[in-house]
Design a binder for this molecule. Structure first.
Ligand SMILES: Nc1ncnc2c1ncn2[C@@H]1O[C@H](COP(=O)(O)OP(=O)(O)O)[C@@H](O)[C@H]1O
Ligand SMILES: [Mg+2]
Length: 365
């Protein structure tokens, strides 16, 4: 397997920067997820690594080789797509053997490699079947197998689980991760599903509008999102974001809402707020860090319940704080109904503060 390096990679379509100066390094044996909303440039980035389209600027290395001008077949990569693109009239064995036949391997070598891949993916018993005689999950495994037999330097996968039903997707997620780990494979995996990225990837590259927003471990991205886009994209339910105004009285700093309530900031948070480019601050809070009170409580700010969503073991409550919505999680046993007045308490140690102008996370100056 090999490392992959993107250096200031650009792809334009006319005036549109589909990929805008993206730089990142995928270490040898690492599973990296390219994640972001539809149209953010994930597939284009992957296709540039694959060599399926010419690059407009920058450099791509696979291993030590600069591949900018190499044909896809000379890049030593294997791709797995959302539609499995299996040959319908070939058996599973023939589907797996095909890329090896194309490379003119000797018959015994082909048989050995196909058997190895089939064992890894647990599809030995399916080798004589045709694709139409397989379930979606089995077809996806064959598509993986076809990538695997090629023994590539890098696996490139574009939403490979999107066509599977929810339950199978969760199962294949674990299997794919296991397979990657067992082989120490270098994988670049495109998905719009942040949960898939969080659960499978060693690192996630969060993209928006062709620009790489953050490239880090899922835990880092979740705990320290660099801006409000990443904060609201990663995590479900999304982090609540409340636009407020910083107000200083003497040595105290607080955040004021348009409705007039004030939230005093701890000294550490006040230092962060001071580093903002204006008095506009966005308060961010994950549901698990917010407390809901049924009576006025010191430090808590007033709101009104909007919706109550029981999910079984947790109930999510959306609370309106003025025009902003804050999501709180509660024990299902708590009785609560829409339109009830409530008070919301934020945890000073776990809240996030963002610059209201630049959207960037604030750090203590
Ligand atoms: N062949 C093309 N011609 C023009 N624009 C394209 C082409 N392919 C993709 N785009 C545009 O580039 C952007 C990124 O697309 P894509 O990489 O497919 O996004 P994603 O995979 O993240 O959904 C989108 O705005 C898309 O409309
Ligand atoms: Mg895509």
């Amino acid at each position: 397997m090999a490392q992959v390096v993107l250096r200031e990679v650009v792809k334009t379509y006319g005036n549109l920067y589909a990929v805008n100066h993206v730089s990142l390094t995928v270490e040898d044996g690492e599973f990296v997820a390219l994640v972001g909303p539809s149209g953010c440039g994930k597939t284009t980035t992957l296709n540039l690594v694959a060599g399926l389209m010419p690059i407009s600027g920058g450099d791509i290395y696979i291993g030590d080789t600069l591949v900018n001008d190499l044909d896809p077949k000379d890049r030593d990569i294997a791709m797995v797509f959302q539609n499995y693109a299996l040959y319908p009239n070939k058996t599973v064995f023939q589907n797996l053997a095909f890329p090896l036949k194309m490379r003119k391997l000797a018959k015994p070598d082909i048989e050995r490699k196909v058997m190895e891949a089939a064992k890894v993916l647990d599809i030995v018993h399916l080798l004589k079947r045709l694709p139409r005689e397989l379930s979606g999950g089995q077809q996806q495994r064959v598509a993986l197998g076809r990538a695997l037999v090629r023994d590539p330097k890098v696996f490139l996968m574009d939403e490979p689980l999107s066509n599977l039903d929810a339950k199978l997707r969760v199962q294949m997620r674990s299997e794919l991760k296991r397979f990657q780990r067992d082989l120490s494979a270098t994988v670049i995996y495109v998905t719009h599903d942040q949960l898939e990225a969080v659960t499978m990837a060693d690192k996630m590259a969060v993209m928006s509008g062709g620009v790489l927003q953050q490239y880090d471990s899922p835990a880092q991205v979740f705990d320290n999102p660099v801006n409000t886009f990443v904060a609201s994209f990663v995590g479900s339910p999304a982090m609540s974001l409340v636009p407020l105004t910083a107000v200083t009285r003497g040595t105290d700093m607080s955040l004021q809402s348009p409705e007039g309530w004030n939230l005093s900031l701890s000294p550490a948070n006040a230092r962060k707020a001071l580093s903002a480019s204006s008095d506009k601050i966005v308060l961010g809070a994950r549901h698990s860090t917010v407390r809901l009170h049924k009576q006025a409580s010191p430090g808590a700010v007033p709101g009104k319940v909007y919706t109550v969503e029981p999910t079984g073991d947790i109930t999510f409550v959306q609370v309106y704080l003025g025009a902003a919505v804050v999501v709180v999680s509660l024990e299902p046993s708590v009785a609560i109904s829409p339109d009830e007045p409530v008070w919301i308490e934020f945890d000073q140690n776990k809240m996030h503060l963002f610059d209201g102008e630049t959207t960037m996370a604030l750090k203590a100056a």
